[in-house]
Design a binder for this molecule. Structure first.
Ligand code: TA6
Length: 290
């Protein structure tokens, strides 16, 4: 179907009533609603649905470069391109009782001028009861090996960023993007927010929890093939400086991004890299005594 902005999108639903929306532009999930119709992903009210601008929110795909860790534009170009529905997805085990779409991005001649590697970038988006799974795959169809960095730039919707805790990254090393990517070790027993945070945590565990105390909701992010995790909140000053970000919206979002940054992924001709991210939510019963 076409979004109100004219961009084509796929709507996934499942019997328990949750839903997701995926734009062909950018291969970007822009909505994931639970069975009560609550939106679980952040999408800025000022998001521009106008190519070639990236859409502020949902789950942008950062490929073949994360951030400014290289010579391409910020976060590469996959999120600024029109993807297609993959009519011959290479086999993936079909997950039962899920609603799935397979998308594919192939570089154009223009793309090959800015990044001269022939690749096939696939993304499977699967909606299951209480779960949203993304499986990105990159196949090298060139005649030489190449490397890339990658992130699923997930914007989670929260009620109040100052009431959010991120657990699972304690004691890990991280690059601080606000301090010339200097390396630190996380000392706190959870990440909390009272100012801008922009960190790349390294060699992180497969599970990260984001606890939204006010909404009594915990997000669980499980990942494979994506060893690093970016945590970002722009806070007020940076939010005001970003044109497609509402001045107060930083209070309702946190980015937790499954990524491969510190060690770029290298694939040889005909090889295929596969990643995986599973998002699920645990509701208020999770909180002891409440
Ligand atoms: O996710 C962290 C980050 O690299 C931040 O430095 C910030 O730039 C954010 O991505 C958003 O980038 P964008 O290009 O989408 O505005």
């Amino acid at each position: 179907v076409r979004d109100s902005s004219g961009l084509e999108k796929v709507i996934l639903t499942e019997p328990r009533g949750s839903s997701a929306q995926v734009l062909l532009y950018g291969g970007q999930v822009i909505s994931w609603k639970n069975e009560r119709g609550e939106e679980l992903l952040f999408l800025s009210n000022k998001a521009l649905f106008k190519p070639p601008k990236a859409i502020r929110g949902g789950i942008p795909i950062c490929f073949p470069q994360f951030g400014s860790f290289g010579s391409l534009e910020q976060h590469g170009f996959a999120r600024n391109r029109l993807w297609a529905i993959d009519t011959c997805p290479s086999p993936l085990p079909a997950a039962n009782n899920t609603s799935t779409i397979d998308l594919i991005l192939i570089p154009t001649e223009e793309d090959l001028k800015i990044w001269s590697r022939s690749f096939e970038l696939r993304l499977r988006v699967s909606l299951g009861p209480g779960k949203l799974t993304l499986i990105p795959r990159v196949r090298n169809i060139d005649n030489k090996p190449f490397s890339f960095t990658f992130a699923l730039h997930t914007y989670l919707s929260v009620s109040d960023i100052s009431e959010v805790r991120v657990e699972g990254l304690e004691t890990l090393d991280y690059f601080d993007n606000l301090l010339q990517k200097e390396r630190f070790t996380e000392q706190a027993d959870a990440i909390t927010f009272d100012d801008e945070v922009d960190r790349v945590y390294l060699s992180t565990p497969t599970k990260i929890a984001v606890i939204d105390h006010e909404k009594k909701r915990t997000f669980e992010l499980r990942k494979e093939g994506l060893p690093d995790a970016v945590v970002w909140n722009p806070w007020d000053k940076k939010a005001k400086a970003i044109p497609d970000f509402g001045d107060e919206e930083y209070k309702q979002m946190v980015c937790i991004e499954a990524a491969a940054i510190e060690h770029p992924i290298m694939i040889r001709p005909r090889e295929e890299w596969k990643g995986r991210q599973e998002l699920s939510t645990v509701s208020s019963s999770y909180f002891s005594g409440q």
